[in-house]
Write a protein that binds this ligand. Structure first.
Ligand code: FMN
Length: 223
């Protein structure tokens, strides 16, 4: 939702739950703190800054400018959440140390490693199989194309540069349902990784599978 000052003010004064706002950098960048101070005066409970401009498409256009988060933290009284540049666990602590922010939000990296806030990197097949089980337990939560996209992210995160990665993409794209994806992971992907087939879920581990195959996850760690 795009909210103007007026609706932020009325929301924050009429709702019993806290209202927060997530911002990107303004252009020119100095306007960011002006906007944030107006929002603070309008009653927001905290402000998250993704320190890139709208025109910078995620990380492809370079790193977030965390100096702007630091500057905002020094300007505001409400808590400031820092967003951008976290790829691994150690980035979270260095983000806190540098910006002095009250929390760190992670976006894109969670697609590949949903365990980042526990400081671990799961085995990509293990986490994929766990995710597929959630899809079965909560049917209808994600469409099959979305499931394929999430599986792609889990494998891409650690194996995107492996020579077999394109074969995996093709195999995922040919899958028709969750069972297909599971069997493809247990057989083909494990073989490409040089590991034994996994058949411990009762599926037969053989290769005649019909193989073949996006997204918004954000989590915030409070300091
Ligand atoms: C798949 C995806 C979907 C996103 N959708 C939204 C969105 O709907 N609204 C929004 O404000 N930011 C969205 N973002 C941006 C993230 O919230 C976050 O600000 C951005 O990815 C920078 O953080 P990161 O460097 O940790 O990825 C999205 C990011 C990703 C990766």
């Amino acid at each position: 939702m795009v909210a103007d000052y007026c609706s932020v003010s009325s929301l924050s004064h009429s709702l019993i739950v806290p209202v927060s706002v997530k911002l990107r950098l303004c252009q020119p960048v100095e306007k960011t703190s002006v906007l944030a101070q107006r929002l603070e005066a309008d009653g927001v409970s905290w402000i998250t800054l993704h320190a890139r401009t709208v025109s910078a498409r995620r990380r492809r256009n370079g790193p977030a400018d965390l100096s702007q988060v630091k500057a905002l933290k020094e300007t505001l009284r409400v808590p400031v959440i820092s967003n951008g540049n976290v790829r691994e666990w150690s980035d979270i602590q260095s983000n806190f140390d540098y910006t002095g922010a009250d929390g760190v939000m992670v976006g894109e990296t969670l697609l590949g490693n949903p365990c980042i806030f526990s400081g671990t990197v799961p085995d990509p097949v293990d986490i994929s199989l766990e995710y597929l089980q959630h899809c079965r337990d909560y049917p209808g939560t994600a469409t099959f194309p979305t499931i394929q996209t999430h599986i792609r992210h889990f494998i891409d995160f650690q194996c995107g540069r492996k020579p077999w990665y394109q074969k995996f993409r093709a195999a995922l794209g040919s899958c028709c349902d969750v069972d297909d994806v599971e069997q493809m992971l247990r057989t083909k992907v494990e073989r490409w990784r040089g590991r034994p087939f996994r058949s411990d879920n009762g599926l037969e581990a053989h290769e005649d599978v019909q193989a073949g195959g996006t997204d918004n996850v954000d989590l915030t760690l409070l300091g």
